[in-house]
Design a protein around this ligand. Sequence first.
Ligand code: GRF
Length: 198
Amino acid sequence: MKKLRIAIFISGRGSNMKAIIEASKNPDFPAQIALVLSNNPKAKGIEYAISQHIPTAIVNHQDFRNYDNPREEFDKKIDQEIKKYEIDLICLAGFMRILSSWFVNKWQNKLINIHPSLLPEFKGAHAIKDAFAAKVKKTGCTVHYVTEQMDEGPIILQAEVEIKENDTIIDLEEKIHHQEHIIYPKAIEQICKKILEN
Ligand code: GRF
């Protein structure tokens, strides 16, 4: 069975990365994890990827601070790295860098992200905290294509999470992460199957 080659970009814990790696162990999963890339040399998820014998790359954004256009130079370096691994689809999973327009346009329709809210509600870096503070009754998570506007690309899959009266923010985080780990591999499966059929 032909499988697409995925790169997962992380900056920290990498629990979504782990869920995708686990899903990819199913022989019917239409993709293989060809690379895990991090901008943070200390990202916990990197250790796990290494333990799973998955190729890893670190491109530390701090090494680009003195360039005239640090964001684009960083993105060009990332692009060079992924070229080596013949990547078909990039999955952002807690990757805490905003990618340049150049990169986003180059990878249009092949670049997806997971966000911890029911987009378009609660965009931005504090989505769980913001939903909790707003005392909404439900929130959730969204897998979406990445476009130039942050958290605005077309939605691929969403899952709802109820906020119960006695839930703490920790409870809410756990519930959202649990759903993320279900929908991210599912969304990847959907997209890959679509690409493979065409
Ligand atoms: C997730 O909540 C994801 O929605 C957001 O960043 C978090 C990453 O968590 N973009 P992890 O590193 O996958 O555990």
